[in-house]
Ligand binder design. Structure first.
Ligand code: SAH
Ligand code: SF4
Ligand code: F3S
Length: 454
């Protein structure tokens, strides 16, 4: 294949971590001389970076894959790659299901894409799903945004929530060193990025696999220490992190967020259920009282903090009264955003084998009831922005109205206002909020102002 014939397309199905992996794999492909092709049907290498968190995510992959497998029968030079969490879960059995596949690679192998593709170009069908120590990033990711960037700080997850496939497909926790993380953020600062989001499935576990303990016996490297360590990187104006786990969330971390001006007052702390018995069955390791205490403490330090979370309805055995405890928690706390899902039994997880599964009808009914409440509460939370001046980091043009630009407040609310993206992209701008909706805001720029730093 000559260089000019190398065109790749990546479709990403999963979470932020999956997206970050796609950006790194795209960087590797571009290093190898591939050019990005918007249209998958015009590409000769197609990579599906897959997700298996719920059954519908997995099924979507198979339908995409079926179409390209057919295309390959007419275009034998097409290279088909399945990466990510379905690849890890299914491994070799994916080759039996879709024999047209060239490469099946788990998430831990993302940085090895070049090596694996070379084996494919030598005529092999390759499966890479064995557990490995993740090699430190050597390539430059091709990032989707020029303003905000994801930075992995810990891979994998050592929790065993009884509904969740992530530990099976992402392996055990592996923290990157603070030096490697800082070096990546410094490079982002030099390239003009303004915001970074530190990523981990359970980011509060950061550092517990790294050597070193303090005199008081705690791990030397924690998320809190990491925030202090990377806070002064030049050029970076905002720092976020996700996902937080209520079991390990500390007051020390809350204090750091208050103290460090670049760390945004936005917390993503999934609670999953508002019922203690269910939390126990899920093996989450906290009670709803503890969760409420965490949110109260955050609000004592930062009264305006934005709080988002994830919740599952219809977990095996969930009674109407237990579901109502989830509604009550949502009612009491008032989330700025809540990602909700109906429980989906996943292969290789304990809860999938229990005999107290609920019907699809009950699950979807509860999901609708919860979603209605979430919209009402989010709209209430948006009200507090009305008339206020918010700092917005401009990311892009509004795709639905090219006289407007869009960006996010420190609390992560999507905000639109009139302006020209040419002059505003990557700028922190003061915006007076004139209209509020449940999940987004509209405003006007104040005095043509640009905030120098936050
Ligand atoms: N590490 C994060 C969650 C990662 S998965 C945490 O601990 O909170 C993202 C979300 O998917 C979860 O928060 C959960 O709400 C949802 N989820 C995970 N497994 C699920 C399942 N089997 N069925 C339905 N939703 C699920
Ligand atoms: Fe899954 Fe629990 Fe790990 Fe989150 S903490 S990724 S829900 S096992
Ligand atoms: Fe999905 Fe894997 Fe993320 S299962 S949610 S892509 S860790």
């Amino acid at each position: 294949m000559t260089t000019s014939e190398r065109r790749y397309h990546i479709t990403t199905f999963g979470c932020q971590m999956n997206k970050a992996d796609s950006e790194r794999m795209a960087g590797i492909l571009e290093d190898m001389g591939f050019e990005f092709s918007e249209d998958p049907n015009d590409a000769n290498l197609i990579l599906y970076n897959t997700c298996t968190i719920r059954d519908n995510a997995e099924q979507k992959v198979y339908s995409y894959l079926g179409r390209q497998a057919k295309r390959k029968q007419e275009h034998p030079d097409l290279t088909l790659v399945v990466a990510g969490c379905v690849a890890q879960q299914e491994g070799e059995s994916l080759l039996r299901r879709v024999p047209e596949l060239d490469l099946v690679m788990g998430p831990q192998h993302a940085n090895r894409l070049q090596d694996l593709l070379e084996q494919v170009f030598n005529g092999n069908q390759v499966v890479a799903t064995e557990a490995i120590e993740i090699i430190e990033d050597i390539t430059k990711p091709r990032r989707d945004s020029a303003v905000t960037a994801w930075v992995n700080v810990i891979y994998g997850c050592n929790e065993r929530c009884t509904y969740c496939v992530v530990p099976n497909v992402r392996g055990t926790e592996q923290s990157r060193t603070p030096e490697a993380i800082r070096a990546e953020i410094e490079e982002l600062g030099r390239q003009g990025y303004k915001e970074v989001t530190l990523l981990g499935q359970n980011i509060d576990a950061y550092g517990r696999d790294l050597p070193g303990v303090t005199e008081s016996g705690r791990h030397q490297h924690t998320l809190t220490d990491l925030l202090y360590y990377v806070h002064d990187v030049p050029g970076i104006e905002r720092i976020r992190f996700a996902t937080s786990h209520p079991r390990y969330f500390t007051e020390r971390l809350i204090r750091a967020c208050k103290e460090l001006p670049k760390v945004c007052e936005h917390f993503h702390i999934p609670f999953q259920s508002g019922d203690n018995e269910l939390l126990k069955a899920m093996a989450r390791g906290y009670t709803h009282e503890k969760y409420r205490r965490i949110i109260n403490t955050i609000r004592e330090y930062m009264p305006d903090a934005a709080i988002s979370a994830d919740a599952i309805v219809g977990f095996p055995g969930e009674t109407e009264a237990q579901f109502e405890n989830t509604l009550k928690l949502v009612e009491d706390i008032g989330f700025d955003l809540l990602n909700t899902a109906a429980y989906s039994p996943r292969p290789g997880t304990p809860a999938a084998l229990w005999d107290n599964q609920l019907s699809e009808q009950v699950k979807s009914d509860r999901l609708q009831r919860l979603n209605r409440l979430v919209s009402v509460k989010a709209a209430e939370r948006s009200q507090r922005y009305l008339g206020r001046v918010e700092e917005v980091l401009v990311e892009a043009q509004n795709p639905r109205d090219n006289t407007q630009v869009m960006g996010r407040t420190r609390g992560n609310r999507l905000t639109f206002f009139s302006g020209d993206i040419e002059g505003l992209k990557g700028k922190l701008v003061k915006v007076k909020i004139t209209q509020v909706r449940a999940f987004s805001l509209t405003g006007e720029r104040v005095n043509e102002s640009v905030v120098a730093s936050c």
